[in-house]
Design a protein around this ligand. Structure first.
Ligand code: UD1
Ligand code: CA
Length: 472
């Protein structure tokens, strides 16, 4: 069955000014890719207005990379999968829409066609709804979103006739001096009745300065079309280079942080807080400046994240505290645990509730039960520690023999003295005591004590032999 709206998402261009080695739609943006943003907003627009709609990405340049990415996204989301249309040569925006219509006969039967570019990541569902209602309620054939700018260079200019509601668009390259003065410009976002679009596409040629098929030529003064002027152009920012990519990222970051603050997250300085788009943070959490939270991290309620912490793909449970300059990657921090300052949790570090990981501690692929303390200067790799055990300062799990990694298992309520090493594979029982400075190479049963260091010998009066006197 045909949908009410078919969306053509233009993503075939090369984006040369980005100077990226990946296609422009895949430019990184707040932990996602640029193309995610228009996609998400079109989906939200369909949902908000209860519209049935399809989305087709028109690909061309480095098509495989764009399509593979979107296929992966299709696999992850429950909604309607994104379709693809291939534009063999980038002959212009009208040619891109022709490729779109040719890709699937159903698309001609959608009542409306929405055209949006993959490189306009700030357009939100609000603009899409507003534009759509103007078209539908005004019984028009097509609408284009426009805005005014003091620097219209590069944009198509909106030319409104002295009478009537129609308009047409003149591209920069084809504009005379008078038209170039016009400050109202085309955003590149359109919704068009599909029957009108199909008819108009038949008439569009490439007789212009660029030798391209311009989609903008479908709007003519004599037709039932309307240029809908938006009060500001900031949402229509087109990303063509790294400067504009940063501008877009700032805008989205401001939105993300504002939404989090409205939901009860406290930020000491939101302008220096960097949180990826998809990340959830529960209320009453406090975030200090220069914190970076990336990927698919989830942060609970009442968490404190101090200055300079970097958290990637990690889960932090309620009331935990991440102290300054800690680095967390793909790990799990339990409720009310304290991490850092200057701690490093590497992939698959699982820290139990109420545990304390102190400064200069590195933990990799290890599972700590609740109430474990590793307070200073230690390395735990491939290690399990039972509840309420205490690992003294300067502990090392010797997990690597040069070829393979081995497990260290430490039971619960065990005390490991400072400056001890466990040569893995090794198993230490519950309620054990390891004396400071021990290198443990043999398993220890529950309730055992081990000391493994050379005996001290003290010789009275011998120190002066070793003490050097500085020459003046
Ligand atoms: C276009 C508009 C211009 C508008 C501006 C807004 C036309 C003719 N002009 O100009 O009026 O002010 O956007 O940013 O449409 N693309 C394809 N296939 C092609 C050509 C382009 O998929 O053959 C895609 C590009 O990847 C891009 C989008 O269409 O996402 C716009 O193309 P671009 O060449 O950037 O058009 P502009 O010159 O910016
Ligand atoms: Ca452009």
């Amino acid at each position: 069955m045909s949908k009410v709206i078919g969306t053509a998402l233009l993503a075939a261009g090369e984006g040369t000014r980005m100077k990226l080695n990946i296609p422009k739609p895949l430019a990184p943006l707040l932990g996602g890719r640029m193309i995610d943003f228009p996609l998400e907003q079109v989906e939200k627009f369909y949902h908000d207005l209860n519209i049935t709609g399809s989305i087709t990405a028109i690909t061309g340049h480095q098509r495989d990379l764009v399509e593979n990415y979107l296929q992966e996204r299709n696999g992850q989301l429950k909604g309607e999968p994104i379709q693809f249309a291939f534009q063999r040569q980038q002959l212009g925006t009208a040619d891109a829409v022709r490729s779109y219509l040719a890709s699937n006969p159903d698309l001609r039967n959608c009542e409306y066609t929405l055209v949006i570019c993959a490189d306009t990541p700030l357009i939100s569902s609000e603009e899409l709804s507003l534009l759509f209602l103007q078209l539908r309620d005004g019984k028009l054939d097509g609408v284009a979103a426009t805005f005014e700018t003091s620097n219209p260079t590069g944009y198509g200019r909106i030319v409104r006739p002295s009478s009537g509601d129609g308009f047409h668009i003149v591209e920069e390259k084809d504009a005379n001096d008078e038209v170039r003065q016009i400050k109202e410009v085309n955003s590149g976002l359109y919704i068009i009745k599909t029957s009108f679009l199909v008819k108009q596409l038949e008439t569009i040629d490439s007789n212009n300065q660029a030798g391209e098929f311009y989609l903008t030529d479908l709007f003519q003064d004599s037709q039932a079309v309307k240029a809908v002027l938006f009060s500001t152009g900031e949402k229509f920012l087109g990303v063509n280079d790294m400067v504009q990519l940063e501008t877009a990222a700032r805008y989205l970051r401001y939105q993300k942080n504002s939404n989090l603050m409205r939901s009860g997250v406290r930020m000491i300085d939101s302008l220096s807080t960097y949180i990826d788009w998809k990340i959830d943070i529960a209320p009453a959490t406090v975030i200090y400046p220069n914190v970076i939270i990336e990927g698919c991290s989830q942060i609970g309620a009442g968490v404190t994240i101090n200055a300079g912490a970097v958290i990637r793909d990690s889960i932090i449970e309620d009331e935990a505290e991440i102290k300054a300059y800690s680095h967390l990657d793909s790990c799990h921090v339990g409720q009310n645990a304290a991490i850092g300052p200057f701690a490093r949790l590497r992939p698959n570090a699982e820290i139990g509730a109420n545990s304390k990981i102190g400064n200069f501690v590195e933990i990799k692929k290890s599972k700590l039960a609740q109430g474990v303390k590793v307070s200073h200067l230690s390395y735990l790799g491939d290690t399990e520690v039972g509840e309420e055990s205490n690992i003294g300062c300067g502990f090392i799990s010797c997990n690597y023999d040069g070829a393979n990694k081995h497990l260290t298992k430490i039971g619960s309520h065990t005390f490991i003295g400072s400056d001890s090493q466990m040569v893995a594979p090794i198993q230490i029982g519950d309620r054990c005591f390891v004396a400071s400075g021990s290198t443990i190479t043999n398993d220890m049963p529950d309730d055992s004590f081990a000391i493994a260091r050379s005996k001290q010998s003290t010789k009275e009066g011998v120190a002066k032999k070793f003490l050097k006197v500085k020459k003046k």
